[in-house]
Design a protein around this ligand. Structure first.
Ligand code: NAD
Length: 316
C-alpha cells in the first residue's frame, strides 16, 4: 500500500467507502460542504478526488489542483465533472456503471411483474379494506415477447432474467457487435420500429445522448403494439412524458412503469395519478449491494491507475 496517495472525499460520501479507501489506498479528508473555496483549499496536496453527483468539479477547481491525477465517481453520471478540463491536464475520470446492473435489472423485472399482475392497485385497495379479487385479471410474462432497447450492462442482465421467465427476448442496439447477441441466444432486431411492432413488453436501457433524448416521441409510442407495456429505468428524457401520459390516458398502451423522469422529482401529477402507471423515485441503483459493489470497483480502478498491488487475501 502506498503511503503517498492522499484522497479528498466530497461531503456526504459513505463512511464505508472512506474506510475502504483508507484501508486500500491512503488517507481521506472528507469535505464539510460543496463550496468551491473549501474544495480548492483542501485539494492542494491530493492525488484523488472522490465525488458523488455533487459537487460541481469546475475547470477552476481542476486548474487549481496541482497534484490531482484521478477523479472517481461511484455510480454512473459524470456530468458534474468538467471532462474537457480533465483531459487538458491528463486527469483520469473513473466511474462504476457496472456496479448497479443487477440492481436496475431486478427493479425492471419487478416493475413489469407489478404491472402485469396489478400488484400495486390490488395491494393499495386491500389496505383500504377492499377485497377486489374478481376485478383484476393479470397477465403472465411467460409466452410474451419482451423487447429490450439498449443492450449494455443492464439490458443484458434483463435479457438473462427474462429468458428464465420464458418470454421471447428481442433486443435493439445498433452499437453492439452481433456476437454479443448470438452468444447469449438473443434475437437482434435491426430497426427500432420492428422491435416495437413485435413486443408486448418494452424496456428501455439506453444511455442518454443526443440521439436517445426524446427517442420515445408520440409517433414512436404509437409504433408499439396496442395494449403493450413500457418500462423505463434508464433516463427520464428518453421518453416524451407528455406523449406517454396521452398514450396511457387514451388506453393505447396497457401500462407503463417509470423509475426516471424528465425532471426529478417529477411535478406532473396528472401523469403520476394515472391508474395504469406505476412509478418509483429513481431507486434502480439504490440497493446495499449496488453501493458496496461501487465501492469495491472504485477502489480497484484507483489502485490500477496507481499500480497498487492487490492485497493478498487473509490467511494466504
Ligand atoms: P451501458 O452503457 O452499459 O449500455 C447502454 C447501451 O445503450 C449501450 O450498449 C449503447 O450501445 C446503447 N445505445 C446507445 N445509443 C443507442 C440508441 N440510439 N439505440 C439503442 N441503443 C443505444 O449502460 P448501462 O449501465 O446498461 O445503463 C443503461 C441506462 O440505465 C443508462 O441510461 C443509465 O444512466 C441508467 N441507469 C439507471 C439507474 C437507475 O437508478 N434507474 C442506475 C444505473 C443506470
Amino acid at each position: 500500500m502506498s503511503e503517498k496517495i492522499k484522497i479528498l472525499g466530497a461531503a456526504g460520501i459513505p463512511k464505508e467507502m472512506v474506510e475502504r479507501l483508507e484501508q486500500e489506498i491512503g488517507p481521506v479528508e472528507v469535505l464539510s460542504s460543496d463550496s468551491e473555496e473549501e474544495i480548492i483549499k483542501a485539494i492542494q496536496d491530493k492525488q484523488v478526488f472522490v465525488v458523488r453527483s455533487k459537487p460541481k468539479v469546475t475547470a477552476h477547481i481542476i486548474q487549481n489542483a496541482p497534484q490531482l491525477k484521478v477523479i472517481a465517481r461511484p455510480g454512473v453520471g459524470t456530468d458534474n465533472i468538467d471532462r474537457k478540463a480533465c483531459e487538458e491536464r491528463g486527469i483520469k475520470v473513473v466511474n462504476t456503471p457496472e456496479a448497479s446492473a443487477s440492481s436496475v435489472a431486478e427493479l425492471t423485472i419487478g416493475l413489469a411483474i407489478a404491472l402485469l399482475h396489478y400488484i400495486y392497485p390490488t395491494c393499495h385497495s386491500l389496505k383500504e379494506g377492499k377485497w377486489l379479487k374478481g376485478e383484476y385479471t393479470g397477465k403472465t410474462i411467460e409466452g410474451k415477447t419482451w423487447g429490450i432497447i439498449g443492450f449494455g450492462g443492464i439490458g443484458r442482465r434483463v435479457a438473462e432474467i427474462v429468458k428464465v421467465l420464458r418470454a421471447e427476448v428481442l433486443a435493439y442496439d445498433p452499437y453492439v457487435p452481433d456476437e454479443e447477441f448470438t452468444k447469449r441466444g438473443i434475437k437482434r432486431i435491426a430497426r427500432l420500429e420492428e422491435l416495437l411492432e413485435q413486443s408486448d413488453i418494452v424496456s428501455i436501457h439506453v444511455v442518454l445522448n443526443q440521439e436517445t433524448e426524446g427517442m420515445f416521441s408520440e409517433e414512436v409510442l404509437h409504433k408499439m403494439k396496442k395494449g403493450a407495456y413500457l418500462i423505463n429505468t434508464s433516463r427520464g428524457k428518453v421518453i416524451n412524458q407528455k406523449a406517454l401520459g396521452k398514450a396511457l390516458e387514451e388506453g393505447y398502451l396497457g401500462g407503463a412503469a417509470l423509475d426516471v423522469y424528465e425532471v426529478e422529482p417529477p411535478m406532473d401529477q396528472e401523469l403520476l395519478s394515472l391508474p395504469n402507471l406505476i412509478c418509483t423515485p429513481h431507486i434502480g441503483g439504490s440497493t446495499e449491494e449496488a453501493f458496496s459493489n461501487a465501492t469495491e470497483i472504485l477502489v480497484r480502478k484507483i489502485k490500477e491507475i496507481f499500480h497498487i498491488k492487490e492485497t493478498a487475501p487473509l490467511g494466504s
